[in-house]
Design a protein around this ligand. Sequence first.
Ligand code: INI
Length: 159
Amino acid sequence: MVRVVEGNLSAGQYSFGIVVSRFNGIVTQQLLRGAMDCLLRHGVAEERITVVHCPGAFEIPHVAKQLAGNDHVDAVICLGCIIRGETPHFEYIAKEVSRGIGQVALDTGVATAFGVLTTENLEQALERAGAKAGNKGWDAALSAIEQLNVTTQLKGVKH
Ligand code: INI
């Protein structure tokens, strides 16, 4: 018989770290609002949530790694907003941030969720931060909940 491991969305038993960058704060504050809303509405007590503000998206992986090393954090939700400008700066930051956030999960075994917007302009970013394209902070928090449930179950699976 095939053994299927599938995460449910129960969250009340877990603790979460959120790292949110201040750059493009008009957008990232809305991502934070979405992530908090998702966690609270899935039964996570406020006492189980730690929010850390960092300068820009580039700094997110560093903070995420510190949070992941904290025994009281089961998953780290990473929120930021990188908007393309007239130079290749965008590409360097976006690549480094996505690689870094993934690396934190692989290095530490702690689930990370990628809620960093990479958009062409501010309008696209705002659309994804609580307007017509939803709220990617909310989505990232939901992914963190599901991934935590999957990885917790996998720890108990014998091969
Ligand atoms: N940081 C962002 O979060 N988003 C951006 O769009 C951005 N741009 O375009 O420059 C940005 N730059 C700052 C960067 O993340 C670092 O904070 C900075 O380079 C200091 O290390």
